[in-house]
Ligand binder design. Structure first.
Ligand code: CA
Length: 450
């Protein structure tokens, strides 16, 4: 987006219309707004071989209205679910991550959901009963929905203080905030101990700021967070597109960092379904996966992104003005606070492939990073006790084998990774995570709880 067109957008839509829409969106979406079956199947029917007929054509999958859910919505709307015999898929909007957790605990038979979109490591925590009062809900991780597409927004109050990707120059300002302002620097996310919490903790800690001691970090609903950023009581927000874009275009704040800058092509959210459903319906599971894979391939074609915006922004799904999604889906980010804009398709959310490998394939090495990071911060430390324990949980929950089978049957063999590990991951501060030696990663970190 050029400066001129951006300014024009701010004038025509950003200041007035987007403000009211932003607030409207913040107030929450009705729970379980459901879209059933593919309305206009554009995919060719009939690839289901006789022996592959799914055990059921029904499943109920939850989603949150952020860019991570796009492949589920596209699989529904472009007819890919129906193409593989899954003609009665319900894609059900969830009011919050906590609502999704509660709904999968009930299951679709009880009026909840069978699975859907998750932050990590929610499927592992559900499986171990860690976020369900001890009740174990075994889950299988089946695919990665997307990479990137998240960021950390900072309130305008902090302009000019050096709150960029490398926070070290702003560390004294942030740590001294409490002495100068009478309260700690305050940052929020919408669900604890998962992606957005990890991203903002990594960012602070890399800049020499202890997220457990030097600042206040807490779970707050989006509406409350944004109001706080406006009135000067909330300082930062770790969140997913389109929120970072909306916060800047609505002049509430600027972007401290995109998660893509912190860890290029990092895994973001996942498809996971209850293990009892998958075990009872292995063919239907693979049918869902094949449809998801086609949707992800479709979504990654730049020429399809305008239609992707139209479909996902629609009343049945995100229910927001399409303009709000156009830039994030094209990888265009106005950073603000004097930072250069980022305009690169590869900087936005990706769904099928990226320069580091498969996006869709659920690498076990990525599950292991999310759980190693849980160890780092001492999350659920009565249950997540050590590396061997978390490896056991990954092996029980990650079903990359089903992804491989589905990809093979669908003919996507060229895009199947050779290994369950994506190999050594490198973060923006030079820290490396070698999945073969997670202890070395933990040892290399300065700020940690282990
Ligand atoms: Ca996210």
């Amino acid at each position: 987006m050029s400066d001129y067109s951006r300014r024009k957008f701010l004038i025509t839509a950003g200041v007035s219309a987007a403000s009211s829409l932003l607030l409207k969106g913040c107030l929450g979406n009705p729970p379980s707004a459901t879209v059933t079956a593919a309305p206009a199947a554009t995919a060719a029917p009939g690839p289901v071989a006789a022996g592959d007929t799914p055990e059921t054509n029904k499943v109920k999958l939850g989603y949150i209205p952020i860019v991570e859910s796009a492949p589920l919505i596209i699989a529904q709307e472009k007819g890919f679910f129906a193409k593989y015999g899954m003609t009665e898929v319900e894609v059900a909007k969830q009011a919050s991550w906590a609502a999704a957790r509660d709904n999968v605990t009930i299951g679709s038979a009880g009026g909840g959901i069978d699975g859907g979109q998750w932050q990590m490591p929610m499927p592992h925590l559900l499986s171990e009963g860690i976020i369900t009062d001890g009740r174990k809900i075994p889950m299988y991780v089946l695919a990665t929905l997307n990479s990137q597409g998240n960021g950390i927004a900072v309130a305008n109050l902090h302009q000019g203080k050096g709150l960029g990707l490398d926070l070290s120059g702003a560390a004294d300002y942030i740590k001294g905030f409490s002495a100068n302002q009478g309260r700690k620097f305050k940052a929020a996310f919408t669900f604890p101990n998962a992606n957005q919490d990890f991203w903002i903790r990594y960012w602070f800690a890399a800049g020499g700021i202890d997220p457990d001691q030097d600042i206040e970090l807490l779970t707050v609903p989006s509406a409350e967070t944004l109001q706080g950023m406006r009135n000067g009581t909330m300082d930062a927000f770790s969140t997913g597109d389109p929120w970072p874009y909306r916060i800047v275009s609505d002049q509430i704040g600027f972007l401290g960092a995109l998660t893509q800058e912190m860890w290029a092509f990092h895994p973001e959210e996942y498809l996971a379904i209850r293990a009892d459903w998958v075990d009872a319906n292995p063919k239907a599971t693979k049918a869902l996966l094949k449809a998801l894979m086609e949707a992800q391939q479709w979504a990654d074609k730049p020429e399809n992104r305008d239609e992707l915006v139209q479909i996902t922004s629609g009343r049945n799904y995100f229910n927001i003005p399409p303009e709000v999604l156009t830039n994030p889906f094209k990888g265009n980010y106005t950073m603000g606070d004097g930072k250069a804009d980022i305009n690169s398709f590869d900087a936005g959310p990706l769904y099928w492939k990226d320069p580091k490998g498969s996006v869709s394939y659920p690498y076990k090495s990525h599950d292991l990073w999310f759980l190693t990071e849980s160890l780092r911060w001492g999350f659920h430390k009565d249950k997540l006790t050590d590396i061997d324990t978390v490896k056991r949980i990954v092996d029980a929950v990650n079903r990359e084998d089903l992804w491989r089978e589905a990809a093979t049957e669908a003919g996507f063999t060229a895009d199947i990774p050779a290994d369950t590990s994506r190999g050594v991951e490198t973060f923006f501060d030079g820290i490396k995570f070698d999945p073969a030696n997670p202890e070395a990663y933990l040892n290399s970190l300065q700020i940690k709880r282990v």
